[in-house]
Design a protein around this ligand. Structure first.
Ligand code: SF4
Ligand code: ZN
Length: 274
């Protein structure tokens, strides 16, 4: 959506109009209509990337910020990390477009300066603080049963640095904060899929460990989804050993690989959404 230049009063009025939304649909429409220039991220992005998924989903995922591909397409989590995230969630029966509502801590792409050797940078504290009311608004309008915070930026933005000192300590953990923007909300912290992609560069052993940890975390997440009685789409698997197709809402993993429901072998599977 365009983000045409506004003066301060226009910007304040736009913010008030967006924040007066009474449904997620209204929020998205207002955001598209008014745009936002509250922080400096509005200077280099193509568009505001609001959300993707189902507007009535029980699971909400919040990541860090859109990247280049997200900024081009106007949808969060659609680049390489997003595609890996889709496969990770598919392995526990979640179709991200149907079972989730996905957004980010910052809705605009933090474009890294030319010559920095990076495409994006981690949003600054001031940028995060200025965008946070939009995320709090989306949470209150969606009222999800479970919130997934993907990566350190999202985990710290919503749980604070006391609860989230490092991702190693927080990833795979469930929280039910007493205070703050997520007070009383079931919250789960997960490694950001981009972290898994970058972990490949850290050497085979480290990468293997992070992958195995992530599969364990996904199983904890799956258990919580069941406990909270959240319906998910389920996933169709095709076993690479016996070639049988099987539908599972609860595949089991051994050392990071799912066990085929037909032949009982650990196999590489192809996940397909139902
Ligand atoms: S990142 Fe958020 S606060 Fe900053 S301009 Fe974009 S929508 Fe507005
Ligand atoms: Zn099999």
């Amino acid at each position: 959506m365009p983000n045409s230049k506004k003066n301060k009063t226009e910007d304040d009025n736009a913010f008030k109009a967006i924040m007066a939304s009474t449904s997620i649909k209204e929020f998205i429409d207002a955001m598209n209509l008014y745009g936002c220039q509250r922080c400096t991220l509005s200077q280099h992005n193509n568009r505001i990337v609001i959300c993707r998924g189902r507007l009535t989903a029980d699971i909400m995922m919040i990541g860090e910020a859109p990247g280049k591909i997200e900024d081009q397409q106007g949808l969060p989590f659609v680049g390489p990390a997003g595609m890996l995230g889709d496969r990770m969630f598919a392995s526990i029966g979640i179709n991200t477009n149907h079972d989730m509502y996905i957004t980010n801590v910052c809705l605009c792409r933090p474009v890294a300066p030319r010559g920095s050797g990076k495409q994006n940078y981690t949003p600054l504290m001031e940028q995060r603080a200025l965008c946070l009311p939009y995320q709090i608004k989306q949470i209150s309008l969606l009222d999800p049963k479970l919130i997934i915070l993907a990566g350190l930026t999202a985990a710290r933005a919503f749980l604070g640095t006391k609860m989230v000192q490092t991702m190693k300590q927080a990833a795979g953990k469930l929280f039910l904060p007493e205070n703050g923007p997520l007070a009383g909300r079931h919250t789960f912290v997960l490694y950001h899929p981009a972290f898994l992609i970058h972990a490949k560069k850290k050497g085979e052993e480290i990468y293997k460990q992070i992958r195995q940890d992530t599969w364990k975390h996904l199983q904890i997440l799956r258990d919580k989804i069941e406990e909270l009685d959240i319906e998910v789409s389920g996933t169709r698997h095709i076993c690479s050993v016996c070639n049988e197709g099987f539908i599972s809402r609860r595949p089991y993993f051994v050392e990071g690989r799912p066990v085929c429901a037909s032949c009982g072998k650990r196999s590489h599977v192809i996940n397909e959404y139902l």
